[in-house]
Ligand binder design. Structure first.
Ligand code: NAP
Length: 527
């Protein structure tokens, strides 16, 4: 049952006077549930509990934390049909997507549980003492990663499960040993409350300290800002708009003690279509890209918003086929009216720029909150001169840019902002003959793709989901995949520390059986 209350640790609470509703974009009406926005006392109480939980939680054996993460996945499964129904009502997304996202969310939690047991994430590094070294004796030094403290996580609007209450930010922070206070996304508060109930049940079942997790409702920016400014919050995870991410980043840096904000923001995910690829498989790629641009109503941070090619018959044919293919696709419902309005504004603003051509223009009766896809064509020189054309339009929108030659193509890539992904379509010989294109693109992105589409982000250790600014605030870290844990830990060296007082990961006897670097050698042996 949805109560509309906040979770302050294990306690459900509705002390604030401000209420709000989520929205069913398909029916174009508010949902039936009333949510209570967290007031300042509830925010304070949640952070205080998280701070108190930090020591007992971070000192638990990794196997206990792993049990907790697996139990969250189990409890999410127990929510069953109700979670799927509320997800669909609050997002307008179809059942298949709800099921897929739930599976991904549970899979992420289990992957972090497995990582905890595998143990190499602590990067245990041991350099034993050499008392007789000349001219100076060498001290015993042992280093490992430790958690940074309570983390504020902002639920994303475009992934109500996998990037929200029990999503990648939260799972990675809990795995690292950091309690989490979630600021639920206002448009998915019901989904968030159900998932929170599962997390609390899992915490109780596995004996976690009260305060290891809290969930706060809010319908405007104040709750998130207060959380970010709270001295006992030590890091922030965010996925959303550039403006939202940067507002939090600036706030965090104005604190007496600045803290890291890992914000994953906008990206237009450039795609370079080399001539050979289009000559051989132009129709194939056009169909693939029509699907990728419109997937999930274009509401993916990896949506291909920019396609670059070299003028000629192959590129013209590709553009025509892409336009024909995309016009066959039914407009889909967007997540909520704000995202829909943002899409309409962005689409209109970019389409109104001089010397741009609308390649698609679907007409007819369109249901409310449904996004009509748009492809815009422009010459490279126009694109280079007009920064408005470089902006992300969040939805099923893409710009096709025609370059005179490879040199101009490289010039355009060099003028792009940082991106999550970049894609090259071509054959392998063409790729070999285009080192400048590949090199320019690699410098701009976090993930570079050959002959594929950027949508679809695998959750695995080798995934990089982040990129040079403004794609994210710190290009060294990923928000997807098990490496995401690295955002919430910091290295500590223990010098000449009594052996029995060292954390288990650094003791001579390798009781955890993890891989460690001992005197330069990677090994799981005892010392
Ligand atoms: P958003 O406006 O950035 O909001 C995301 C979360 O951040 C919300 O919980 C919001 O709180 C909070 N927030 C926003 N601005 C803030 C501020 N100045 N201070 C403190 N908290 C703030 O994103 P959205 O509502 O999910 O979608 C809006 C637009 O974001 C989309 O149209 C799209 O352009 C972009 N977006 C991009 C991605 C991506 O991956 N690139 C993903 C999702 C959305 P409240 O809503 O409670 O105020």
């Amino acid at each position: 049952m949805i109560t509309g209350k906040n979770y302050i640790g294990e306690e459900q609470s509705a002390k604030g006077s401000k209420t709000f509703h989520t929205f069913n974009p398909k029916l174009n009406i508010p949902t039936e549930w009333t949510f209570y926005e967290a007031d300042i006392k509830e925010i304070e109480a949640a952070v205080e509990k998280a701070s108190k939980a930090f020591d007992p939680y971070s000192n638990l054996p990794y196997v206990q934390r792993a049990k907790f993460l697996n139990a969250i996945a189990d409890e999410i499964a127990v929510l069953g049909e109700q979670l799927i129904t509320v997800f669909m009502q609050e997002s307008g997304l179809p059942e298949g997507r709800a099921l897929g996202e739930r599976g991904r969310t549970m899979g992420q939690l289990r992957a972090f549980a497995a990582l905890l047991l595998e143990g190499s994430w602590v990067a245990a590094t041991i350099d034993t003492a050499q008392p007789s070294r000349e001219p100076m004796p060498k001290v015993d030094l042992r280093k490992m990663m430790v958690p940074i403290g309570p983390i504020a996580v902002f639920g994303a609007s475009n992934f109500p499960l996998a990037f929200s209450t029990a999503g990648g930010d939260m799972a990675s922070a809990l795995a690292a040993g950091c309690p989490v206070v979630v600021k639920s996304h206002p448009m998915h508060a019901g989904t968030g409350e159900l998932v929170s109930s599962a997390i609390i049940k899992a915490a109780q079942r596995t004996g976690m300290p009260d305060g290891v997790f809290s969930n706060l409702n809010s319908s405007d920016v104040a709750v998130g800002q207060l959380l970010t400014m709270h001295p006992k919050i030590k890091g922030v995870g965010f996925t959303g708009s550039f403006n939202g991410g940067m507002a939090l980043y600036r706030l965090a840096n104005q604190r007496k003690e600045p803290i890291p904000v890992f914000a994953e923001m906008g990206s237009i995910n450039p795609v370079v279509a080399l001539p050979g690829a289009l000559k051989e498989k132009g129709a194939y790629w056009a169909a693939q890209y029509a699907g990728s641009i419109t997937l999930g109503a274009g509401q993916f941070c990896t949506n291909p918003g920019l396609i670059l090619g070299i003028k000629g018959a192959s590129f013209s044919n590709f553009i025509n086929t892409l336009s024909a293919e995309i016009e066959k696709i039914e407009p889909a419902c967007m997540l909520h009216p704000n995202i829909y309005d943002g899409y309409q504004r962005g689409k209109q603003e970019l389409s109104a720029q001089p010397r741009t051509e609308k390649i698609t223009d679907l007409k007819g009766e369109i249901p409310p909150n449904h996004a009509v896809q748009r492809i815009l064509a422009v010459d490279a020189k126009v694109f280079l001169e007009n920064p408005i054309l470089h902006r992300e339009v969040f939805g099923p929108f893409s710009i096709v840019v025609s370059c005179s030659d490879k040199e101009e193509l490289v010039h355009v890539i060099n003028h792009l902002e940082g991106q999550l992904t970049g894609t090259i379509l071509g054959d392998e010989d063409e790729l070999k003959r285009s080192p400048k294109v590949a090199n320019a693109l690699m410098k701009r992105v976090g993930r570079i793709i050959f002959n594929g589409v950027p949508t679809g982000v695998e959750v695995c250790p080798s995934m990089m989901h982040g990129g040079p600014f403004p794609a994210s605030t710190d290009s060294r870290f990923t928000s997807v995949g098990t490496s995401a844990i690295k955002r919430w830990v910091r290295p500590v060296s223990f010098q000449s520390w009594p052996e029995e007082l060292l954390p288990q990961a650094l003791q001579n006897k390798n009781v955890l059986g993890i891989m460690r670097q001992v005197n330069g050698e990677n090994t799981d042996r005892n010392i």
